[in-house]
Ligand binder design. Structure first.
Ligand code: B12
Ligand code: SF4
Length: 531
């Protein structure tokens, strides 16, 4: 039995990998004396598995069931996954096509979910956390949810658990539909630099698993298309301190033999100081680790020494958000603007890193000021032998609509956004974190904002057509490589070796079927432990 049960998954992608958010929350609750069970594979649980889990962990002492929603995608069957990825030649399109407001499963499963839980304990609360908590205003679909926890959830969740168990006072804001909301403005979390994920035996880590680790939270940059409420954080904020990091690496190694990590940080190399400090910390460990991380290419350009340091730290797979090779578009979004320099930098990195590091990069199609001809030039470079990347991702620019969620009758400052033009007042909050581009579309040359955007060079449909054209083209096999960023770790978690992953592609049905079978076996092993 458990006082708190948390369902999580990163579904819709091939392979297996855990989400840091669910385990960070579990750690915080466990540190405060609550018993917690985290359950993986939420999206693919069938009714029988789901009911057995509830039978096993829910009784009259269970306080709440949490949903860790950031990476929930609409569940698709293994058969569909194979068909879609081999037909359409794009895992990335698959990702975009399966966006969900909250639940990965259909309405029928949701009804079973809520009804069955209530038969076991009709007092327990359903709590939604993670990025999809911003869909709180999508009532009445989610009327069975009791609490929505927005932003960093560490302090809110402990306050809620204490309220439910001991009757401690709780600050709650209510939306106009009476949904109860707790935010990190009401319950700020100020201890990031000392916090860890403490993996427990009942998290059932697999042997040699690649697991997530946070070294920092948020990003010091504020690229105009990017939307996350910790973007533009102050330099040095939300960095984990050396002792905490060492303890975390040592504990994971001593208890579970873990040496492979997916770093959950927006920009590992945001500054020379951070890379130096991480290098010093990691190379002082009595064992070697491997890690995969997001980095900024232009920042390495200004400090090439970083290339050697990142290599020595054990960088194994890296993703650069290059976004565009068009000078003006790059300037306006806030990324490195000289295409030739960036390409040269990629060659230089390849020379230093050789085959030790899988280098992947993402490009956004449809950024303002970039004409179609420039996108086509980028494609030509990506198709050519000059392209030294091992993985390539090309995405259409999505401009989501900003959302104001009205809060009534509250004395709390619940607001979350730091953007000046949206500073929230006491009785209102804005959650769906808007990008700078969305907030000021005219400045960025948009003649029509929103999901059906348009600017002088392109509209959303043309951008989509370009992306399709790219994925249909036989050239640039790197776009289907399973080494792409943390896909690499997810595939390794299925038991493949580095050399094997380097030869695996999504459009090869043999590979894909092998991956799917191995994932089913892993799920089975996991279910034997939790049920
Ligand atoms: C690492 C990462 C990935 C990795 C994850 C790998 C892994 N094993 O962890 C990979 C590469 C797979 C990935 C993929 C994608 N990602 Co990503 N990713 C991130 C990143 C950088 C860190 C997420 C993280 O783990 N943070 C560490 C945890 C501890 O922090 P947290 O997520 O904020 O969790 C807190 C709260 O959410 C809350 N919480 C979480 N769970 C729960 C549960 C309960 C019960 C409660 C109460 C609270 C709670 O409390 C936590 C602690 O404070 C974020 C950016 C960011 N800074 O958040 C983007 C981010 C989450 N990704 C994003 C996107 C768009 C994607 C993709 C769709 C990209 C793409 N086009 O393919 C895919 C989606 C894949 C999928 N199927 O869902 C967006 C999400 C936007 C949104 N509003 O939903 C973000 C915010 C980036 C951005 N700025 O746009 N991503
Ligand atoms: S795109 Fe990358 S570097 Fe820019 S603000 Fe977002 S996370 Fe930071």
């Amino acid at each position: 039995m458990a006082e708190v049960l948390i369902f999580t998954d990163i579904n819709g992608l091939v392979g297996f990998g855990r989400y840091a958010g669910a385990y960070r929350i579990a750690t915080e609750l466990r540190n405060n004396g609550f018993t917690v069970q985290v359950i993986e594979f939420f999206a693919s649980l069938n009714e029988k598995e789901f009911k057995s889990i509830i039978d096993n962990y829910v009784d009259k002492n269970t306080l709440m069931i949490g949903l860790s929603t950031t990476f929930f995608h609409t569940h698709i069957s293994d058969e569909k996954l194979i068909k879609y990825s081999t037909d359409k030649n794009s895992m990335h399109q698959l990702n975009a096509a399966n966006v969900t407001l909250l639940f990965p499963q259909d309405d029928e499963f949701q009804n079973i979910f809520f009804d069955y839980i209530k038969t076991k304990n009709d007092k327990l609360k359903i709590v939604v956390g993670g990025h999809k908590a911003q869909n709180v205003d999508q009532l009445p679909i989610f009327k069975n949810v009791d609490y929505w926890i927005m932003g960093q959830g560490e302090v809110s969740i402990v306050a809620l658990a204490k309220h439910l168990k001991y009757g401690d006072a709780l600050m709650v804001a209510k939306t106009k539909d009476n949904s109860k909301v707790l935010t990190d403005k009401m319950y700020p979390f100020n201890k990031f630099s000392d916090c860890k994920i403490r993996w427990e035996k009942n998290d059932y880590l697999f042997e040699d698993e690649n697991i997530p680790i946070e070294v920092a939270r948020g990003c010091i940059f504020k690229c105009s298309f990017c939307a996350f409420n910790l973007n533009g954080k102050k330099f040095g904020d939300y960095n984990k301190n050396r002792k905490t990091l060492i303890d975390e690496f040592m504990y994971n190694y001593d208890n579970y033999g873990i040496t492979n990590y997916m770093v959950s940080d927006d920009t590992l190399n945001d500054s020379k100081q951070k890379v130096n400090y991480l290098h010093e910390t990691i190379t002082s460990l009595p064992f070697k680790i491997n890690l995969s991380a997001y980095c900024r290419l232009d920042v390495i350009g200004g400090n090439f020494d970083m290339a050697y340091k990142l290599h020595e730290m054990g960088l194994k797979s890296v993703n650069f958000g290059i976004e565009t090779f068009h000078k003006k578009a790059a300037q306006f979004v806030g990324k490195g603007s000289n295409a030739d320099k960036q390409k040269q930098l990629l060659y230089d990195l390849k020379k230093v890193w050789g085959d030790d590091v899988f280098m992947s990069a993402g490009f956004i199609i449809g950024l303002p000021f970039e004409p179609i001809s420039s996108v086509k030039n980028t494609f030509e470079w990506l198709y050519s032998n000059e392209n030294v990347l091992s993985g390539v991702g090309v995405y259409r620019y999505f401009m989501s609509d900003p959302k104001k969620i009205e809060i009534k009758n509250t004395n709390y400052d619940v607001g979350l956004t730091e953007l000046n033009d949206l500073k929230s007042d006491k009785n209102k909050m804005v959650w769906k974190t808007p990008s700078k581009m969305r907030m000021n579309p005219k400045k960025y040359n948009f003649t029509q904002p929103g999901s059906r955007w348009k600017h002088n060079e392109m509209d959303w449909a043309q951008a989509e057509e370009l992306v399709n054209e790219f994925y249909k083209n036989k050239k640039c096999p790197q776009k289907l490589s399973m080494t792409y960023f943390q896909d690499f770790n997810r595939i390794k978690n299925l038991g493949f070796k580095d050399e094997e992953v380097s030869k695996m592609y999504y459009n090869d049905p043999k590979n894909l079927i092998d991956c799917i079978k191995r994932k089913q076996e892993i799920k089975l092993k996991y279910m034997e432990k939790v049920i």
